[in-house]
Design a protein around this ligand. Structure first.
Ligand code: C2O
Ligand code: CU
Ligand code: CU
Length: 480
């Protein structure tokens, strides 16, 4: 990291969108207390889920009308529910004033043609028909969709364009409720206009000062003591790492990203990087009012020498933020039982041989291309024409993803889920597949991925979406 770049960033941080100290719980008294509502649900019929998604500005968020973006007039957009082996047909209508497209984050589907193709650009006023076919053996779980047009992704996701995808199946958990909780953040001015950050905020990854669940500010989830609920937590924040805890409760984690763990794991805290998901069982025992909180997460910042998190204007620098509240009614009761073994994807890659090894480095620095701080992999910024990695179809590969930059970056690979086999922090992860992993500043993650099917070209990138837009993305072409 060049000294000049460091100084430039440090001098610019005061211009950051959220300002100093805005993440304090200043609106605690104004908690709306509205019951949490689920986004509209659209389910498949006769093997097909067909719908139109119109991306346009002007939705209501946190109970007010705003310039934020939505699908079909709402943010988040509808929850899409379908089964393995079914087809998702989305007619995307672009009523934005900039190009967009659609990505089905975490789905194991073809990246080619009108599938989950991140290289498409749907221009303003245009319509495009996607056809996304889930394989018969697609894992059941929680996925999501959002725009992926390079250069506009952060603005559009921060603006509100996101929705849940539920791939049905898996065990009947006997829960009283099964609902997606899309956790987002945004900054709005007094007139409800979305506030965009300047270049320094983009470099650090913008964080809005309003944290929302399904577009609501501090909604209330109601539950009866002795029952359980399945919450499908999705971090749709552009850059904010969520460090979640529920007062008075442990969260029984069922899945990591879309994929089931071998068995539920009880946790006091759940860290979700941007793009990451976890399904949890909430099992209240005693009546009362409990806050779902996210604590500051120190992920380092450019120019802070990796000491991170305390720079001026960082929305992560102060206390916990209330995300939602759980209102438990009824009589104190024993906790609802936990399920036994879960249908983990059958392919643990940890013990087996690998066909190929690669090393991939997150890089930030001056002068890679153009002025200012540049973000990329292996010293290069994203070029959609260039192919960066060429795994063979059917190969199992081991990727060592390193990060010598002063901030954490969430690594995300499209289409082909991976298994984390080792990390520099020694944190152990259960044997399952996932699609986002936080690579700590100065550290590394070793993962294994099998390119078992779906030849074609796609991308891996930092899921701090500002970084992705600044070039921290690269291409992978899987060839027979
Ligand atoms: Cu959720 Cu390529 O992204
Ligand atoms: Cu993705
Ligand atoms: Cu990054």
């Amino acid at each position: 990291l060049a000294a000049a770049g460091t100084a430039g960033v440090a001098a610019g941080v005061t211009g950051w969108v959220t300002g100093i100290g805005t993440s304090t719980d200043r609106s605690e008294a104004a908690a709306s207390g509205d019951p949490l509502t689920d986004p509209e649900q659209v389910s498949s019929r006769d093997g097909v889920l067909a719908l139109t998604l119109t991306a346009a500005p002007g939705v209501s968020l946190a109970g007010r009308s705003t310039s934020a973006l939505g699908f079909n007039g709402s943010s988040p957009g509808p929850t899409l529910r379908l089964r393995p082996g079914e087809v998702l047909r989305v007619r995307l209508v672009n009523e934005l004033d900039q190009p967009t497209n659609l990505h089905t984050h975490g789905l194991h589907v073809s990246p080619e043609g009108n599938g989950d193709n991140p290289f498409l650009s749907i221009e303003p006023g245009q319509t495009f028909d996607y056809e996304i076919r889930l394989p018969e053996d697609h894992p059941p779980g929680t996925f999501w969709y959002h725009p992926h047009r390079h250069g506009y992704v952060a603005d559009q996701v921060f603006g509100g364009l996101a929705g849940a995808i539920v791939v049905r199946g898996g065990p009947d958990l006997g829960t009283a409720a099964d609902r997606p909780l899309l956790i987002s953040d945004i900054s709005l001015d007094g007139s409800g206009n979305v506030v965009s950050p300047g270049p320094p905020g983009r470099m650090m990854g913008r964080q809005g000062d309003l944290v929302l669940v399904n577009g609501q500010h501090r909604p209330v989830v109601s539950a009866r003591a002795g029952t359980s609920q399945r919450w499908r937590l999705i971090n749709t924040c552009t850059s904010r790492v969520l460090s979640l805890r529920l007062e008075g409760h442990r969260l029984a984690q069922l899945s990591s990203d879309g994929m089931f763990l071998p068995a539920p794991v009880e946790r006091d805290r759940l860290v979700l990087a941007p793009g990451g998901r976890a399904d949890v069982l909430v099992r209240p025992q005693d009546p009362g009012d409990y806050r779902l909180l996210t604590d500051p997460f120190d992920r380092g910042h450019p120019g802070m020498g990796g000491m991170g998190g305390m720079g001026p204007g960082t929305a992560t620098a102060t206390g916990p933020i209330t995300v939602a509240r759980l209102a438990v009614s009824g009589q104190s009761s024993a906790a609802a039982p936990l399920p036994g073994p879960l249908p983990t994807p059958p392919n643990s890659l940890r013990p087996g041989p690998v066909d190929n090894r690669r090393q991939i480095a997150f890089t930030m620095g001056m002068g890679m291309r153009g002025p200012g701080m540049n973000f990329g992999f292996d010293g290069r910024q994203f070029d959609p024409q260039r192919t960066d990695q060429r795994p063979a179809l059917g190969a199992t590969e081991e990727w060592l993803v390193t990060n010598s930059t002063p901030m954490d970056h969430p690594f995300h690979l499209h289409v082909w889920p991976f298994q984390v086999v080792e990390t520099s922090t020694g944190s152990t992860t259960p044997d399952t597949l996932r699609d986002v992993v936080l690579v700590p500043a100065g550290g590394w993650v070793r993962l294994r991925v099998r390119f078992a099917d779906f030849p074609g070209r796609s991308v891996y990138h930092c899921h701090i979406l500002d970084h992705e837009d600044l070039g921290m993305m690269a291409t992978v072409h899987v060839k027979p």
